[in-house]
Design a protein around this ligand. Structure first.
Ligand code: NAD
Length: 254
């Protein structure tokens, strides 16, 4: 029997990252649960869900704004389990700021997490992976398809992720390492439930009525797609970006 696979997941104390750790647990993939110090969500809850699903994981604090922090996070996989197979750049922030209020500091802070943080995570993963390794970065329909007022920095970062993924795929393909992105639509998580920077609870319900599926998505519905993209079932897929949105972005509005 082959050794269990090992994944690093940034931002796994909540939302899509937590759902992915739980999904992986069901598949026998071990996770390093990335938790961010100032996040109010409890990574122990992710760990509990992983164990309930019969899986194995460890919690490790990581700040994707620091290369040293991300490197030690990725190294934890090697130290704890002796290998790293999957790197998931999931951590992200969302802030609301109009263009005229978009200071350089706001712009830079956003890109540091949502774009450079992805680079740091995938780079640290690449340094520790061998053939058969796979990476997934989490983009957004706001970076791939839609414009969103008040979110130019977020949109630019999430669009940047897609260019980054294509080039990483080409660069690491010869080593047998794959890189893909998911592009979530509206998914009910702490990020989207924030009424200041995103739609909030009421906004999500309203938005759901305009989605062909009649509702917003769940974190698990994105997690399973990420897991597919890292799995051997997607073994010849690299450099791609997959929209997970219940039909939101393909719906024609008359
Ligand atoms: P979430 O807020 O639950 O998850 C984001 C995670 O990122 C949190 O756990 C947070 O602690 C972590 N994080 C923030 N700053 C960090 C830092 N500096 N270092 C390390 N971790 C940090 O929300 P989510 O929706 O699950 O977000 C996951 C990803 O999905 C994000 O990249 C987000 O932009 C993206 N996304 C979400 C939606 C949606 O509708 N929820 C849509 C498109 C894309």
């Amino acid at each position: 029997m082959s050794e269990p696979r090992v994944a690093i997941i940034t931002g796994a104390a909540s939302g899509i990252g937590r759902a992915l750790a739980v999904h992986y647990a069901g598949q026998g993939v071990r996770s390093i649960i990335g938790t961010f110090a100032s996040d109010p969500h409890d990574p122990e809850e992710t760990l509990k869900l992983v164990r309930n699903a019969g899986g194995d994981a460890v919690i490790h604090e990581v700040d994707v704004r620091s290369a040293a922090s991300v490197d030690s996070f990725a190294q934890r996989a090697v130290d704890e389990y002796g290998r790293l197979d999957y790197a998931i750049a999931n951590a992200g922030i969302l802030r609301n700021s109009s263009l005229t209020e978009m200071t350089d500091a706001r712009w830079t802070d956003m890109l540091d997490v949502d774009l450079t943080g992805v680079l740091r995570t995938l780079r640290a993963g690449a340094e520790r992976m061998t053939a058969g390794g796979a990476m997934v970065a989490v983009s957004s329909i706001a970076g791939a398809v839609y414009g969103w007022e008040g979110h130019t920095h977020y949109a630019a970062a999430k669009a940047g992720v897609l260019g980054l993924i294509r080039s990483i795929a080409v660069e690491l393909g010869p080593q047998g390492i794959r890189a893909n992105a998911v592009i979530p639509g509206l998914i009910e998580t702490p990020q989207s439930l924030d009424p200041v920077n995103s739609l909030g609870p009421d906004g999500l319900v309203r938005a759901g009525t305009d989605i062909p599926f009649g509702r917003v998505g769940t974190p698990a519905e994105v997690a399973s797609v990420i897991a597919f993209l890292t799995s051997a079932d997607a073994g010849y897929v690299t450099g791609q970006s997959l929209v997970v949105d219940g039909g939101l972005t393909v719906k024609m509005r008359a």
